[in-house]
Write a protein that binds this ligand. Sequence first.
Ligand SMILES: Nc1ncnc2c1ncn2[C@@H]1O[C@H](COP(=O)(O)OP(=O)(O)OP(=O)(O)O)[C@@H](O)[C@H]1O
Length: 578
Amino acid sequence: MNNRIKKFLSYYKPYLRLFYTVMACALVGSGIALLYPLLTRYITKDILENDLSSALSQIYIVCGIMLVLVVIQNLCQFVVDYHGHKMGAMMESDMRRELFEHYQKLSFNFYDTQKTGQLMSRVTNDLLLLSELYHHGPEDYIKYFIKFVGAFIILFFINAKLTLAIFCFLPLMAVFALYFNKKVNIALRRNKDRIADINAQVEDNLSGIRVVQSFGNEDYEANKFHYENNRFLESRKNGYKSEAYFSTGMDIFVQLITITVIVFGGINIVHASLDLADLITFLLYIAYLIEPIQKLTHVTMQFQDGITGFDRFMEMLEIEPSIKDSSNAMELKNVQGDVQFQNVSFNYNGNNRSVLNNISLEINSGDYIALVGPSGIGKTTLCSLIPRFYDVNAGEVLIDGINVKDISLHSLRRNVGIVQQDVYLFAGTVLENIRYGKPDATKEEIIAAAKNANAHDFIIALPNGYETDIGQRGVKLSGGQKQRLSIARVFLKNPPILIFDEATSALDNESEKIVKESLEALAKNRTTIVIAHRLSTIRNAKRIIVLTDDGITEEGTHEELLALDRTYAHLYNMQFVI
Ligand SMILES: Nc1ncnc2c1ncn2[C@@H]1O[C@H](COP(=O)(O)OP(=O)(O)OP(=O)(O)O)[C@@H](O)[C@H]1O
């Protein structure tokens, strides 16, 4: 069996008992549904056409049987509706968890090429459609199969000729249904694409609503939105037109079949080859034959959507993280914090231009070094090789003499703390955001970290102190406050190696001073690399490394580098000399 089919079926495994119960109920329910016309026929033919003296009691008995069947059928329907959907939802939840856990492991270069909205829709919309298929797929096939085949056999035994007359219509009906089914499916699919476009635009617009309003571009945005909105409207109108053709055509077929049954049935009654009870039975069973064809659109749509969703789910799961533990990955113990780059070269995926070329650099345990260089030269990239956000193309990065590729990712990243340029805070409270550095930290530890990061005073001045909600991405905080929270969470993490990617957007002097003090406190007794954009912050650094297109070209103190009068002096003069 194809691996994907195996995988598709494997999600039923934990719920096999539930699945069999639901399918058995679908089978019993459809079987019972087939009996009502037969019982009606029994009343009209076998009871009412014979001795009427005992008819009433017999009718009561049949009605009693019907009532029992109604109870059983509805119990079965309840199981199918509730437990069937529940089973689908549990399978969906298992898959969602698996995909989310997989997302957590995928590497930076995967996320560099993906759109967040699409990745989100894979964990939500795609899996919703799939859960419908998991549950309704087998149930619908069983239900329609039993009804169609059962009705055909019963009618065939009642009157073969009339049954075949009805069947003359069915191929025509099927061809018509398949043709319009395709049209409706295309229209529905187009609707989905259009709604995805609308979602993408609304998401983009709302995320950037502050920029929209600050540029006064509300009308421009509204016009862009009207265009997408109209496209969606047109697509829906076309969809409804195809659906209307489809359902009108199907109704015409149903009416033609009904008229045929009445005309041929009447003729047969005149010729005494059929009686009235049989004619009624035929009329009652017509719906059973037609229902599966009428539902063709729905069932194929559900199948196609589910399968497409599953394919997309599998495509995602089959992507291997490009950075993962080697088979003999080791844990770091008693880290000193020596960091070495040995002849390191690197370029980003799919990008021919080499960002780093044959870089060698040694940073001793406890050193505080500043990395400077023109914008876009590769400072952040160089540092991102230490925690293996990306792997080198050539050369080695070593911590305490061990190649980072031989260290387990978990252990490696636990020992490297990063304060990023673009601080990312999560929606939630101040407390939750600091606790991110150490999920099991006590409140006392969190407060201590905040105090070390110079953040405690501003936090307690917030409306709810540590319990204050900071808004999406921390919008309710200033730039300097966000920086200090991110420093506090690294304090809590307490790594021996620290990377500080200085924010490019200048903080005011006061905030800069406070952030600088927090950073200096954090850097104490750790190997620290500061990626410096504002050279004023690193004037006192004992070792400044200058990265240029030709690699590391200068190294020394501020005064030594100024005296050299090369790249550093040039950058410094640009910032400070008017
Ligand atoms: N994820 C990425 N995918 C592809 N190219 C990237 C990626 N990140 C950075 N680059 C490119 O790599 C080069 C180095 O970028 P990097 O961010 O390391 O520079 P930087 O020296 O830190 O710049 P800045 O001082 O402006 O922050 C740039 O040309 C940039 O366009």
